[in-house]
Design a protein around this ligand. Sequence first.
Ligand code: AMP
Ligand code: GLY
Length: 423
Amino acid sequence: MRILVLGSGAREHAIILALAAESAGHELFAAPGNAGIGADATLVTTLNPDDPAAVTLFANDERIDLVVIGPEAPLVAGVADALRERGIPVFGPSRAAAQLEGSKAFAKRIMDAAGVPTGRATRAQTRDEVAAALDAYGAPHVVKADGLAAGKGVVVTDDREAALAHADRYLGDGAVLVEEFLSGPEVSLFFVSDGDTVRALSPAQDFKRALDGDAGPNTGGMGAYSPLPWLAERFGGEQAFVELVTREVAEPVIRQLDAEGTPFIGLLYAGLILTDAGVKVIEFNARFGDPETQVVLPRLRTPLSALLMAAASGTLEDQPAPEFSDDVAVTVVLASEGYPESPVTGRALGGLDAAAATDGVHLAHAATRAADGGLVATGGRVLNVVAVADTFGAARDRAYHALSHITLEGAHYRRDIAARVAE
Ligand code: AMP
Ligand code: GLY
């Protein structure tokens, strides 16, 4: 197949690596991609992934069989709508269905209508409404911007003044949500959907805070691992857990969206908290998670292209459940100095070949550009070291050994990714 992947991060690199690993002779294109992706796909740097007309024209001219949308921006811009209108198979929901991620209020309404378990939430439009909701739920306080805020729209704090100040930042642009605090481990579970049928992938957990011990500010994600062996204790195993969430969360949401005339074709990402009162949804995303994708796809045994194409063409029912290897995967994100507040970019990277030569290790690039015969970092999250092994201890050893080869002035990464499951 000729497959175009939109986006430029490590998630998109992971998707391209998984497609290439099928050894099915796919011709892979990425727009705009990055220097690392350029080693595995043809980069189309002149194509704006957020431009529906331009993407459709390119896909048509280049006889693309399948377009895979990585990030949320093209979804919100209506790229999937434009492709679908032209009859080009696309993995990614319409602008209307992508509101499940883009609008937290929309997501809450769908969950209410579908009877999906989630925390209580109040939509507030004034400072007084925020204050009243904070007091009604009590501490810890959870305040969220209602739109896309690139992972920075949420504050969880015991400090009432800080919660109010966070709300003030977003109230000018619209409403905020004040939520009940949910306590428990978090799980990211991905579902491939053709609008009707869903197929679950293997669960993962990501590390959102910048520093070891879950300290420091929220980030786009500093690492991840899959699978989650500790699910066995509470749910009797991954299979039972996945079936529960499929039944109680994914299927009702997909049915509800379909009934409203906005079928969801693409990747439904359920962000879950396992509370003492059961599994609850904290958020949905309308795309693969980053960095979880980097640990889920290397374990996928089913050809990724078959799953994505079946979703895009409405034939997922004919596909068997995706299969995963028993190996485990760990990814650690290398971040630029100053990330997430004010990352320093433009610095030279070294040691990548030695890192990638580590047994069981590969690199997924997030923000790299070719320059002066080498590579420079162009963003906050620079690359992911991904390690696969038969135990978490071995995978961690491999990942951190590979990282020891990489040089980038001022760079930082967490040392405790998957440390607890390795014990
Ligand atoms: P979100 O952008 O909704 O995924 O929120 C980012 C992070 O904030 C989540 O991964 C949780 O760690 C935390 N969070 C969000 N909502 C809640 C909540 N209602 N209770 C506890 N933690 C939350
Ligand atoms: N890993 C969090 C996200 O992709 O939104």
